[in-house]
Structures are given as C-alpha cells and as structure tokens.
Design a protein around this ligand. Structure first.
Ligand code: AMP
Ligand code: MG
Length: 400
C-alpha cells in the first residue's frame, strides 16, 4: 500500500500554483507572498540617537571635560549645524545625529547646565548611535517569495513604503458531504440520522489553510445526487468530499468522480485513521475523496489537502513542524498500518511530553478537540513511557 509520503508527493507533483493578486498590505496578513521584496530604502535613513542625551565626538568626551552645548535636535528636525571639536548637542531619541558627532552620552551619565555638559565616564565611538541602514539597505532582499506574511513582515513592508503587495490568490475549495444518514446543520436529526460534522470541520480547515470554503451541501448515497453536487463544485479550484470511498455497495464517490470525468490517481494509503483516501483530477483540478469518519476526514485533510492548498498558494514550506517528544504514558499503534495518533502536549523539564487524548476511534471527534498533535508510529509498535516519539504539531503550543 502507498505510504503517506509517496501519496503526498504524487499529489504535490500534480498541483499548479494559482494566479497572484495585488492586495492592500494589511489584507495580506496570513497570505503567501508571491514576489520577492527588495528594499528601495535605507532604514534608518540617517544615523540617529537611541537615547535622550548629548551628541558628542567620542574623542573629546573625556570624563570631566567641559563641552559647549551648541544646540538641540529633536526627532522630526535636522541638526542646525555640524558639531566641532569640544562641542556637544542636546539630542533626543530618534533625532538625526549632527555631522561631526559619532556618539551619544545618555543624559543620566553627565553633569549639565544649559551651556556646558561634562561626561562622568568614558565614551566609545558609536555609543547609543543607530547607524544609517542598520536595519535595511537599498537593494537588500528583505522578504522572499513563498513566505507567509505576519505582523513583522507587514511592518517591514510599511517601512519600505509598500501600501500594496502581490500575494497568491486564495484557493476556492468546494466541500461536499455524502451519506444518506446525514442531517445538516439547522435540521434536527431524524431517527436514523446523524448530524453532519464534516462539512463544517473541513470548511474550517480550508479556511485555516488560507482557502475560501464553498459549501456544496450534502448528497445522499446515490450516483446522480453525488454527480449533481460535483457539477455544482465546478467553479471551485479544488473539490473535497467526504465519506463513501470505501468498498461498500453504497460507497459511490469514486464512481461518481469517474462518471463526472475525473481521472483517479490513487486510492488507499498506509495509515490509520484514513486509509481509503482517494485523489484525482477533474478538468485539471484536484479532487479529494476523504473517508467519512469525522477524525479520518480531518486527519487526511491535514496530511494531504492542507499541503496541497498551501502549495497552490506557492508557499515554500507546506509541512507542519515535527518535533521529538517523549511519551508521558505508553502510546500503542496496534495493527499493520502507520498510526497517526491524537496526542496532547505538555512542556516539562525542557521537553515536550506527549499523551494520547483518549479513545482513538476514528469517530471520536472529542479526542481531536483535545489534540495538539499527531504522534507518528510505525505499524504494530508501542512507545513506552519515557521513549521518544515523533509528533506532527497541529496547533500553537502554549503551555509551559
Ligand atoms: P463512510 O466512509 O461513508 O463509510 O462513513 C464512515 C462513517 O462516517 C459513517 O459512520 C458515517 O455515518 C460517518 N460520516 C460520514 N459522513 C459524515 C459527516 N459528514 N459527518 C459526520 N459523520 C459522517
Ligand atoms: Mg457512507
């Protein structure tokens, strides 16, 4: 059976990056940068003071020397004249250093009158001076294409005067749930019905991965009904359906994909939960048939659909962080498939402790709620307490 890694590689090799668009810099938060950004500015544009104090020539500013105060420069103004030997200039944080000065003495380190200032200690050339270009120089490659824009990147773009920036378009992802037993949100489940979870967890995962989720509804287990929903998904860049991909008589999603004209590239991956995942292309667009159990659907989305969506957005790093944690209690993966087990993570003595979140049944959504990550275990293995375990981190780890 195909490994998770081989399956993902096949999927990634078939996806095309989406077009790019220009957006206002603040709307670019969380988006993938689609252009390399080079600096057109020198930041800071001139040497300036990092303290309130006196601009001096370090060589003149011997302890006990009386320097003549020849002016005052505040942030937002230029010094009125250069500094000559034996002189000092009152200066405030962020103000440009006068020509001739090469250091600043903080005001708390001098004895001063209005006219004269006397350093108490020695002064090094460059002290409390932020040189021109210490942050960014003209021509520097400051942001590489393929990164996700966060608050610091947005600040840097603003510093460079960029009010707009080129990012990848968000993928539009149609989400379809199949199953005659499903009662959708807003309707009370009938006697033989269960509530539809997958449409909503998967749409949320799409949004977390930077996509725009389109709900194409719930189809009963009938070829024509599924086919009709697949047609509704035509305007999307990707179709993600769940359930109906196993080998039962009523598992019709693969057949419906084929009937709609899709080419199916793979089916069944060596993993638990999620084995029957299906991937194909329909008119050049990726289509996923995820398994129906709520946890299987989420885990297969996480391992396959998310990296595909990120790759379509031209993101360089499409993989989650994996860390080496330590089992806080035995973690067992019985059976012949690779296990992706839900674990919570807790920091202790400088290491991360991983612990199963409870029942690993593929319908137990609550153990997904409690999960910080997925522990990856080879077939038929148990990791004993204190032994190392590899964990795919699913969310921000905050405990300390
Ligand atoms: P299937 O892959 O169709 O055999 O479905 C596997 C299990 O997942 C069955 O117990 C289904 O009832 C359940 N299931 C399928 N789709 C959903 C859904 N959208 N929300 C919640 N459970 C589902
Ligand atoms: Mg079913």
């Amino acid at each position: 059976m195909l490994s998770v890694e081989a399956a993902l590689e096949q999927m990634l090799s078939r996806v095309e990056p989406l077009a790019t668009e220009r957006v206002d810099v603040l709307s670019a938060l969380g988006r993938v940068l689609a252009e390399p950004v080079r600096s057109t500015r020198l930041i800071p544009p001139w040497a300036n003071s990092s303290m309130d104090g006196y601009a001096v020539r370090a060589g003149d500013a011997r302890p006990g020397a009386a320097l003549t105060v020849v002016g005052r420069v505040v942030a937002g103004t230029l010094p009125e004249r250069p500094l000559a030997a034996g002189e000092a200039m009152r200066i405030f944080t962020g103000a440009p250093l006068p020509a001739g000065a090469d250091a600043v003495i903080p005001q708390e380190d001098v004895d001063a009158t209005d006219a004269r200032v006397t350093p108490r200690g020695t002064t090094q050339s460059g002290a409390y001076v932020r040189p021109a270009g210490e942050d960014v120089r003209v021509g520097d490659l400051v942001l590489e294409a393929g990164i996700v824009l966060g608050a610091a990147e947005i600040g840097l773009l603003a510093t460079l005067g960029r009010s707009q920036v080129e990012v990848s378009r968000r993928p539009r992802v149609a989400v379809l749930s199949t199953g005659s037993e499903l009662a959708d949100l807003g309707t009370e489940p009938g006697p033989a019905q269960i509530p539809n979870a997958n449409t909503y967890s998967l749409m949320a995962q799409v949004m977390e991965a930077g996509g725009v989720a389109l709900n194409v509804g719930v189809a009963p287990d009938r070829l024509d009904a599924i086919g009709e929903r697949i047609r509704r998904a035509r305007e999307a860049d990707v179709l993600v359906s769940s359930a109906g991909v196993s080998v039962g008589d009523l598992d019709l999603v693969r057949e419906a994909f084929i009937a709609a004209g899709a080419e199916l590239h793979l089916w069944k991956v060596n993993m638990r939960p999620g084995k029957p995942i299906t991937f194909g292309s329909l008119e050049g667009r990726p289509v996923f048939g995820l398994p129906g159990n709520p946890v299987s659907a989420m885990v297969t989305f996480e391992l396959f659909v998310r990296p595909v969506l990120l790759s379509m957005q031209r993101r360089r790093r499409v993989h989650r962080m994996r860390i080496r944690a330590v089992a806080a209690a035995p973690i067992r993966n019985a059976g012949s498939r690779w296990g992706y087990l839900r674990v919570s993570m807790e920091a202790s003595d400088g290491r991360w402790l991983a612990r199963l979140t409870g029942d690993q049944g593929s319908g137990i959504l609550r153990s997904m709620v409690a999960a910080d990550g997925l522990a990856v275990l080879r077939p038929d293995t148990t990791i004993e307490t204190g032994e190392p375990v590899e964990v795919i981190v699913l969310r921000e780890l905050t405990s300390l």
